[in-house]
Design a protein around this ligand. Structure first.
Ligand code: HEC
Length: 164
């Protein structure tokens, strides 16, 4: 039977043929399964990283300016507010602001009474921006007005706490 061996093959027995045929199926399937696993388990970007807050936190500016410490003003006393906000203009009399403790400058204003002066601060007057450029409450502004007015000879009473 030598004529059958002219293309010699490494498959000599039916068992070997069975093994080869099985491998011909199993090897590509295993390859496909491993490839699918590789794709599915690939580490993906953290979805939380795309939330607006996370993005904002990443691109936030290096520094922030808080004018008149408006954000933290709620817990501040009238003294703090006058010192940190109002004094910026009223200490030196910037743009004709009545100076702290200057009785002559304050005398005509005292006649307006607390309400009159408070309205001027809330609406703004001359070079003073509305609410003196802060987000202080009416109550806080009123306390600051009382303090400043009384430093200049006024006899205003501390305004009553706002009713809620
Ligand atoms: C940006 C500068 C500036 C700041 C800050 C400022 N003021 Fe004034 N303020 C002025 C100027 C200028 C006037 C004078 C306005 C005018 O008579 O034309 C004035 C006037 C006033 C008057 C008199 C208003 C009137 O009817 O004549 C009061 C009261 C007053 N300020 C309170 C305050 C208080 C309280 C604060 C802080 C919470 C404050 N100001 C912060 C500039 C400022």
């Amino acid at each position: 039977m030598a004529e059958h061996d002219e293309h010699s093959s490494f498959i000599k027995t039916p068992q070997q043929l069975i093994v080869i045929v099985l491998l011909a199926f199993v090897v590509p399937i295993a390859g496909i399964v491993l490839t699918v696993q590789l794709v599915l388990s690939r580490p993906s970007a953290d979805p939380a990283a795309l939330k607006p807050e996370a993005v904002a936190a990443r691109i936030q500016p290096v520094g922030k300016v808080e004018f008149g410490a408006a954000g933290a003003a709620a817990a501040k006393s009238a003294e703090d507010n006058v010192k940190e906000v109002c004094a910026a203009c009223h200490q030196a009399g910037v743009a004709n602001a009545p100076k702290l403790g200057d009785k002559a400058a304050w005398a005509p204003r005292l006649k307006l009474g607390l309400d009159g002066m408070l309205q001027a601060v809330i609406k703004g007057k001359g070079a003073m921006p509305p609410r003196a450029g802060t987000s202080l409450t009416d109550q806080e502004l009123a306390s600051a007005v009382v303090l400043m007015a009384n430093q200049a000879g006024g006899k205003l009473k501390e305004p009553a706490a706002p009713k809620k």
